[in-house]
Design a protein around this ligand. Sequence first.
Ligand SMILES: NC(=O)C1=CN([C@@H]2O[C@H](COP(=O)(O)OP(=O)(O)OC[C@H]3O[C@@H](n4cnc5c(N)ncnc54)[C@H](OP(=O)(O)O)[C@@H]3O)[C@@H](O)[C@H]2O)C=CC1
Ligand SMILES: Cc1cn([C@H]2C[C@H](O)[C@@H](COP(=O)(O)OP(=O)(O)O[C@H]3O[C@@H](C)C(=O)[C@@H](O)[C@H]3O)O2)c(=O)[nH]c1=O
Ligand SMILES: [Mg+2]
Length: 290
Amino acid sequence: MPCAPILVTGVTGQVGGAVFRQAQQRGLNIWAPTRADLDLTSASSIKRAMSENALSAVINCAAYTAVDKAESEPELAAQINAEAPAILAAETRRRGIPLIHVSTDYVFDGEKSDPYIESDFVNPINVYGKTKQAGEAAIQATQPNHAIIRTAWVLSASGANFLNTMLRLGAERAEVSVVADQFGCPTAADDIAHALLTVTQNLRDRAGTWHFVNQGSASWYELAAFIFAEASRRHLATPQLRAITHQEYPTPARRPANSQLSTAKFEKDFSSAPRTWQEAVSDVLQQRFS
Ligand SMILES: NC(=O)C1=CN([C@@H]2O[C@H](COP(=O)(O)OP(=O)(O)OC[C@H]3O[C@@H](n4cnc5c(N)ncnc54)[C@H](OP(=O)(O)O)[C@@H]3O)[C@@H](O)[C@H]2O)C=CC1
Ligand SMILES: Cc1cn([C@H]2C[C@H](O)[C@@H](COP(=O)(O)OP(=O)(O)O[C@H]3O[C@@H](C)C(=O)[C@@H](O)[C@H]3O)O2)c(=O)[nH]c1=O
Ligand SMILES: [Mg+2]
């Protein structure tokens, strides 16, 4: 009997799109409805979509990801990032299938100086982070058969992300200023997708939270400098890049000063080590310019 499909949400996004493409390459049976067929703001839409098919697992890649806008739309962000995962948790539990859920480094406050491990205290400092943390908590309380994969600073060739913002601003302006006092782990959507499929296929009776990011860390400024150096190598015009503090770049949402994640647990449990962020970002730029 062929295996029932894996439901993947967020297929029009960076991570969901990459999961969909890689799953197809692996010959997996995937069902990836868009928002029109599965609207995460509607409990009845989620339940209806899930009852249309027998499913073997759910990978939830959809989210409200506009960090600054979330500060003025907290209810909508909570519906998508907290209430929808709670419903997915209840529905997957009822069906006896695992829920693989994507979460974020922004569940941490950024006060730690070392990379965060999975058991570290969560203390989100913005609305987006609070709603993502509430989603994690709902899943942990409802569905024993789950994997929460926290990732960070997601980049892809076509998505709405920092890399594409920098390339756009770099083409428009002579000078670009970027904060140099917030540190994290830039990560390619393709690498996260690979990790999510590895977890989905090897979860067995394990449950829990794992961190997955590309290796190494950078400030947003260092990431911008790397992106422009690679662009310049390809003979594109690049701006003067200026390092600033986060106080010099006021935003509606506060962001953690250090949200590096340790991947030691993922590497041990899934026998797989991520590549460096520089390799991953080079790859994204290669795709972007080809
Ligand atoms: N982007 C990042 O830097 C990071 C992301 N993450 C997490 O990774 C996951 C994937 O993020 P990423 O791929 O970057 O996200 P994107 O912003 O690229 O995509 C979000 C996806 O969610 C879908 N979505 C939003 N609202 C709804 C809704 N009401 N009903 C159905 N679908 C909806 C969007 O659909 P539509 O196209 O219709 O809007 C889109 O497919 C998320 O859980 C996010 O929190 C974690 C760390 C960093
Ligand atoms: C556009 C721009 C941003 N910045 C700063 C603002 C901010 O501190 C930092 C990054 O801004 P962005 O809005 O691109 O990134 P942000 O939305 O904070 O990215 C986050 O998204 C969510 C979904 C996550 O889960 C996180 O892991 C993280 O990737 O760069 C500058 O300093 N100069 C600029 O020109
Ligand atoms: Mg953003």
